[in-house]
Write a protein that binds this ligand. Structure first.
Ligand code: APR
Length: 228
C-alpha cells in the first residue's frame, strides 16, 4: 500500500517540545509573527537566531517517543511504501529510526545561506554575523520555512499524494497551508484518510476517520493494525 503520513508538532509534544498553538496563542512566549516570518528576521535577526538556537538546544535534548518509533517501524515494512512528510523542524523522526523524511518546513540541524543557497550542519549557536562556509558572506539564516515562504519539496509531496492509498495526519492542527490541504489532495486521488490527534483539528470533518488520543498511544496502535 502507498501510505503518506503528515506529522506536526503534536507528535513531538510528549518528547517535551512545545506545540505552536498553545491556548495563549504564543509559541514559547513569542508571537509567531515576531519570530517566524522573513520580516521578523529582517527587523531583528539577533532575536530570531536566538529563538531558533533555543529550539535547537531543546530539540537536541529531546528523545524520540513511541509515536516516532512506530512510524519508523511502519516505514521499514516491505509491504508498504511510506512517504513521511513532517512540518516539524526537529529531527526526532530520524532519531526514531525513520529514513527519507521530508522536512517541508526545513530543519534546525542545517544552516542556510540566503546569498548562495549553501547548506551546512548547524552549530549549536548561529548568529547574524556568521559567515557562510561556502561564499563567506554574512547572510546565514536558520534553514526554516517561515510564514510567507514556500515550503520545501512540494513537487515530491504532490507526487506521493497522487499515488496514495492511505493518508494519515498526526498531531497537526490543520491551520497552516499547504499542509492542511493535503487531506483533500489525497482523498481526490482515492486515498482513505485518517486523522490521529489529541483534539479535533481545523480539518477533522474532511477525514474519513478520526482517532483521538496522545500520539504515543494512538500511533503505535494504528501502526500495529497495518504491520500486524
Ligand atoms: N498527541 C497528539 N496530538 C497532540 C498532542 C499529543 N500528545 N499534543 C498536542 N497535539 C495536537 C494538538 O491538539 C494540535 O492539534 O497537535 C496539534 C499541534 O498543532 P500546532 O501547534 O498548530 O502544530 P502544527 O500543526 O505542526 O503547526 C503547523 O505552523 O507554526 C507553524 O511552521 C510551523 O510547522 C508549523 C506549522
Amino acid at each position: 500500500m502507498n501510505i503518506v503520513i503528515l506529522t506536526g508538532a503534536g507528535i513531538s509534544a510528549e518528547s517535551g517540545l512545545a506545540t505552536f498553538r498553545a491556548s495563549d496563542g504564543l509559541w514559547e512566549e513569542h508571537r509567531i509573527e515576531d519570530v517566524a516570518t522573513p520580516q521578523a528576521f529582517r527587523r531583528n535577526p539577533v532575536l530570531v537566531h536566538e529563538f531558533y538556537n533555543q529550539r535547537r538546544a531543546k530539540a537536541r535534548l529531546a528523545r524520540p517517543n513511541a509515536a516516532h518509533q512506530a512510524l519508523a517501524r511502519l516505514g521499514a515494512d516491505p509491504r508498504h511504501r511510506v512517504t513521511l512528510v513532517t512540518q516539524n523542524v526537529d529531527d526526532l523522526h530520524e532519531r526514531g529510526g525513520s529514513t527519507g523524511v521530508i522536512h517541508m518546513h526545513g530543519g534546525l540541524e542545517t544552516g542556510l545561506c540566503a546569498a548562495c543557497g549553501h547548506r551546512w550542519e548547524a552549530p549549536a549557536i548561529m548568529g547574524p554575523y556568521d559567515r557562510c562556509p561556502a561564499c563567506a558572506r554574512q547572510a546565514t539564516r536558520p534553514d526554516i520555512v517561515w510564514f510567507g515562504e514556500i515550503p520545501y519539496h512540494m513537487e515530491e509531496i504532490a507526487a506521493a499524494l497522487e499515488q496514495a492509498d492511505l493518508f494519515a495526519a498526526v498531531g497537526t492542527s490543520g491551520n497552516v497551508y499547504p499542509a492542511a490541504g493535503f487531506v483533500e489532495l489525497a482523498a481526490a486521488a482515492g486515498a482513505r484518510t485518517v486523522e490521529l490527534n489529541l483534539d479535533a483539528s481545523a480539518r477533522t470533518s474532511v477525514f474519513d476517520e478520526a482517532r483521538r488520543g496522545p500520539a504515543t498511544q494512538v500511533v503505535p496502535q494504528w501502526v500495529d493494525e497495518l504491520v500486524g
